[in-house]
Design a protein around this ligand. Structure first.
Ligand code: ADP
Length: 374
């Protein structure tokens, strides 16, 4: 038995049919278990007014009321009281609307005339319990983000110290130092760079998730931005004998965007194409306009991404279950960062891929960016 089972539940019934409201009251009174305190009102406005005066444990909501009808009844209640668990009451003929309400966040629905005391009480208990668990989860998630944010922030200072010190040591390397020792120093330097990138990514993603990133929007040329991103990835591509093919418009493509953030998103895609693409293969970067959008496309001829994994690779820390992923180092942060940055611009990002046939990632930005300067 959970703690919620031990105290009487305060239930607000919003139902305009006096007979139905009475029936509910009787059922809740008669059902076995701890008592329920039931209040009822017959209009949505009166229900909202009652909730503004103080909380209840759950709301039983008829969707057809004199002052509100259908799904809107639930949406209006949810907009005003997002944390109160709601069980929707529907007639036999509007069950599909009730299902829609559940998809939008109602905890459950009951069909009038098909409810008994036991079912009603159980549905309300479950609703309260589920809502409580969802809020606990949200709080844990928030604490996790805060922890990740502060750890990554605190790691930056010691990392910067390691990086600076190793730089000094490398600059003053005594003549004749053993090659093995030199290699180790160079390894420390590389590892510090890798760690710094990881820490930066973690910090950026926690900030993005918490809504703390403000775009610096200005007019910029996306064609130049694509060229710059391609140049940045070139040395890495050369290491794996990959060729870079650019398909860019002849004219500049002007847009209002945060150039640094768009470039970062694009670099994450190019970086993946370089990492997961075929050795000796080709990475194609293109840019074109279509239907009021500007679309970047990054295509590789690597192993691609199996269909079932495609929906998950934009999730935080997720790495696909593929051979190519197992052979490559990564943190699962690149795509979620790219997605958050693109969406902050009012854009979209997606992948088109078939297992074994390469992957094409696309970023579509509104041609006239809807982002607000920050
Ligand atoms: P990671 O650091 O693991 O590369 P990302 O968030 O950038 O993290 O990508 C998530 C996962 O998506 C990768 O681990 C990989 O499984 C898959 N993936 C991303 N890009 C490609 C690509 N071009 N080809 C094949 N798989 C890819």
């Amino acid at each position: 038995m959970s703690p919620a089972d031990c105290h009487p539940l305060a239930i607000l019934v919003i139902e305009d049919n006096a007979g139905d409201a009475r029936l509910i009251r009787e059922m809740l009174r008669d059902a076995a278990g701890p008592p329920c305190r039931v209040e009822s009102v017959s209009r949505l406005a009166a229900g909202l007014q009652r909730l503004a005066e103080g909380p209840v444990d759950a709301v039983l909501l008829d969707l057809s009321l004199p002052d509100s009808q259908g799904l809107e009844t639930f949406s209006r209640l949810q907009a005003r009281e997002p944390h109160i668990p709601v069980v929707v009451l529907s007639g036999l003929d509007d069950e599909t609307v009730a299902v829609r309400a559940v998809q939008e966040g109602a905890q459950d629905y009951l069909v009038k005339g098909r409810v008994d005391a036991h079912l009603l009480r159980r549905s309300l208990r479950y609703a309260v319990e589920r809502q409580r668990m969802a809020e606990e989860r949200a709080e844990l998630e928030r604490q996790k983000d805060e922890f990740l944010g502060s750890v990554s922030h605190d790691l930056r200072t010691p990392l910067a110290a390691i990086k600076a010190s190793i730089g000094v040591v490398l600059a003053h390397e005594p003549p004749g130092m053993a090659a093995g020792l030199h290699r180790m120093l160079a390894n420390i330097d590389l590892a510090a760079d890798q760690m710094a990138r990881l820490v930066d990514d973690l910090l950026e993603l926690t900030r993005l998730k918490a809504g703390r990133v403000r775009l610096r929007v200005a007019e910029c040329d996306l064609r130049a931005l694509a060229e710059q991103a391609a140049r940045a990835i070139e040395p890495l591509a050369e290491e794996r004998s990959q060729s870079l093919e650019l398909l860019l418009p002849a004219e500049p493509v002007l847009a209002a965007a945060d150039a640094e953030r768009v470039e970062r998103a694009l670099l994450n895609l190019l970086g993946n194409a370089q990492k997961y693409g075929r050795t000796g293969g080709t990475i194609r970067l293109s840019l074109h306009s279509s239907d009021g959008e500007v679309i970047f496309s990054v295509a590789d001829d690597g192993p691609g991404i199996p269909e079932p994994e495609q929906g998950r690779i934009f999730d935080r820390f997720y790495r696909a279950e593929t051979e190519a992923t197992r052979k490559t180092q990564g943190s699962g942060l690149g795509l979620p960062i790219a997605r958050a940055l693109v969406e902050l611009h009012g854009g979209r990002i997606w992948v088109e891929s078939r297992s074994g046939a390469g992957a094409t990632f696309k970023i579509a930005l509104p041609a006239v960016a809807s982002a607000t300067p920050g």
